[in-house]
Design a protein around this ligand. Sequence first.
Ligand code: NCD
Length: 322
Amino acid sequence: MTFRAAHLLGIEHLAPDEIVTLLDLADRHAEANRSGTPARGTLAGLTQINMFFENSTRTQASFELAGKRLGADVMNMAMALSSVKKGETLIDTALTLNAMRPDLLVVRHHASGAVDLLAQKVQDCAVLNAGDGRHEHPTQALLDALTIRRAKGRLHRLSVAICGDIAHSRVARSNLLLLGKMENRVRLIGPPTLLPPRVGELGCEVFHDMDEGLRDVDVVMMLRLQKERMDGGFVPSEREYYHRYGLDAAKLSHARPDAIVMHPGPMNRGVEIDGTLADDINRSVIQTQVEMGVAVRMAAMELLAANLRAGRDLARGGRSDA
Ligand code: NCD
């Protein structure tokens, strides 16, 4: 099994063979989940703490379910109500965690880089990034990759359009890295105000027109308009945005006839995507993305736990067979 990482902090740090190992394992978990036979002993005896400094519904639920399906003891720390609000620093939080001795730590934070910092400060524990600021959201990119691979039968030489609010999106960043590593062609489509600075250096084609950008693509990945990360003035109005950049059947008709439609959720229906299209099971794989999310998080935690246990065995002078 090829998976060397001690933490899952970003796609940036994963090699293509590690991505394939993780997706292959996630595929097996997805099948076991469907047949109601998850390997419940896999994380038995391990403690998983979920720390979400930023609101989340599906990602937190998905990590919780993934840990429970594999038999971990899962605890959610309600960070919105915690001592962080009283001024505790991230370093103090790390010290508290070290005293609690978790094995797996799942962290979402509004500041880019905060999860990396925490990973450096906690001891003997695997850290998983559940989204940090505008930086990375690795499990989202991995679940998107698994969804694409299952729908298209491959994860290379595909043409993928990432559309909308790219500047504020950690989902776009992680997907761009992953799809690039697996040798796909990525197009970015959005208004100039919602594209990151120096977008030309990212090595993908850039479009400001949906019809043009979507021509003959295999995958259409829509993004939420991230109002909470904007300072204002990025789009004239939601109505205007929908008219130019909202995905509907007419715009989708420029893509390949078998192109799939994706969205990480939560969706703003009628802003970045037409509600009827989002629910059309012949084109939209949005529900499959949620299903694959649990499987990918099970795989990520299983691989990290194996490396953690192997490291502990070595530290004890025992034999490692990982
Ligand atoms: C994404 C996130 O939080 O980055 N959502 C998610 O994880 N399901 C995308 C978003 O919030 O738009």
